[in-house]
Ligand binder design. Structure first.
Ligand code: FES
Length: 85
Protein backbone atom coordinates (compact mmCIF):
# COMPACT_ATOMS: atom_id res chain seq x y z
CA UNK A 1 0.00 0.00 0.00
CA UNK A 2 3.01 2.27 0.10
CA UNK A 3 3.58 5.14 2.45
CA UNK A 4 1.87 4.72 5.75
CA UNK A 5 1.22 7.91 7.58
CA UNK A 6 1.57 8.08 11.30
CA UNK A 7 -1.93 8.85 12.33
CA UNK A 8 -3.89 7.65 15.28
CA UNK A 9 -6.93 6.90 13.20
CA UNK A 10 -7.48 6.34 9.56
CA UNK A 11 -10.65 6.69 7.58
CA UNK A 12 -10.46 4.67 4.39
CA UNK A 13 -12.60 5.61 1.48
CA UNK A 14 -12.99 3.08 -1.26
CA UNK A 15 -11.64 4.51 -4.45
CA UNK A 16 -12.64 1.65 -6.70
CA UNK A 17 -14.38 2.25 -10.00
CA UNK A 18 -17.82 2.35 -8.53
CA UNK A 19 -17.28 4.07 -5.21
CA UNK A 20 -15.17 6.87 -6.60
CA UNK A 21 -18.25 8.08 -8.44
CA UNK A 22 -20.22 8.32 -5.25
CA UNK A 23 -17.82 9.23 -2.49
CA UNK A 24 -17.11 12.89 -3.13
CA UNK A 25 -19.71 14.25 -0.76
CA UNK A 26 -18.81 11.82 2.00
CA UNK A 27 -15.12 12.56 1.59
CA UNK A 28 -15.79 16.26 1.88
CA UNK A 29 -17.92 15.64 4.94
CA UNK A 30 -15.22 13.63 6.70
CA UNK A 31 -12.65 16.28 5.90
CA UNK A 32 -14.79 18.93 7.48
CA UNK A 33 -15.55 16.82 10.54
CA UNK A 34 -11.88 16.16 11.10
CA UNK A 35 -11.09 19.82 10.70
CA UNK A 36 -13.88 20.97 12.99
CA UNK A 37 -12.77 18.53 15.66
CA UNK A 38 -9.23 19.85 15.38
CA UNK A 39 -7.97 16.36 14.65
CA UNK A 40 -6.10 16.96 11.45
CA UNK A 41 -2.91 15.67 12.97
CA UNK A 42 -4.50 12.56 14.39
CA UNK A 43 -6.82 11.42 11.69
CA UNK A 44 -6.00 10.80 8.10
CA UNK A 45 -8.26 10.10 5.21
CA UNK A 46 -6.90 7.54 2.78
CA UNK A 47 -7.99 5.74 -0.30
CA UNK A 48 -8.37 2.02 -0.51
CA UNK A 49 -8.95 -0.47 -3.27
CA UNK A 50 -12.29 -1.91 -4.25
CA UNK A 51 -13.63 -3.92 -1.33
CA UNK A 52 -15.89 -6.13 -3.39
CA UNK A 53 -18.96 -4.41 -2.03
CA UNK A 54 -19.56 -2.23 -5.06
CA UNK A 55 -23.32 -2.59 -4.89
CA UNK A 56 -23.12 -0.68 -1.66
CA UNK A 57 -21.08 2.21 -2.97
CA UNK A 58 -19.80 4.36 -1.44
CA UNK A 59 -17.95 2.07 0.94
CA UNK A 60 -15.79 3.32 3.78
CA UNK A 61 -13.82 1.65 6.57
CA UNK A 62 -12.78 3.30 9.75
CA UNK A 63 -9.51 2.07 11.05
CA UNK A 64 -10.14 -1.15 9.13
CA UNK A 65 -12.46 -2.21 11.90
CA UNK A 66 -15.84 -1.37 10.60
CA UNK A 67 -16.57 -1.33 6.91
CA UNK A 68 -19.85 0.09 5.84
CA UNK A 69 -21.59 0.70 2.58
CA UNK A 70 -24.17 3.14 1.28
CA UNK A 71 -22.64 5.83 3.41
CA UNK A 72 -24.47 9.12 3.39
CA UNK A 73 -23.18 12.30 4.92
CA UNK A 74 -25.51 11.61 7.83
CA UNK A 75 -23.90 8.19 8.32
CA UNK A 76 -20.50 9.80 8.03
CA UNK A 77 -21.32 12.03 10.96
CA UNK A 78 -22.54 9.12 13.04
CA UNK A 79 -19.49 7.02 12.23
CA UNK A 80 -17.24 9.90 13.02
CA UNK A 81 -18.84 10.41 16.41
CA UNK A 82 -18.70 6.72 17.19
CA UNK A 83 -15.14 6.00 16.12
CA UNK A 84 -13.20 9.21 16.00
CA UNK A 85 -14.53 12.10 17.99
S1 FES B 1 -15.59 0.13 -5.93
FE1 FES B 1 -15.88 0.36 -3.82
S2 FES B 1 -16.37 -1.63 -3.18
FE2 FES B 1 -15.96 -1.87 -5.26
Amino acid sequence: MGKAKKSDKVIYLCDGKKCCRYNDEVKQCFKELVKEAGLKKNVSIEKMKCQGMCKQAPVICIHKSECVGKVSTKDAKKLFEKHIA
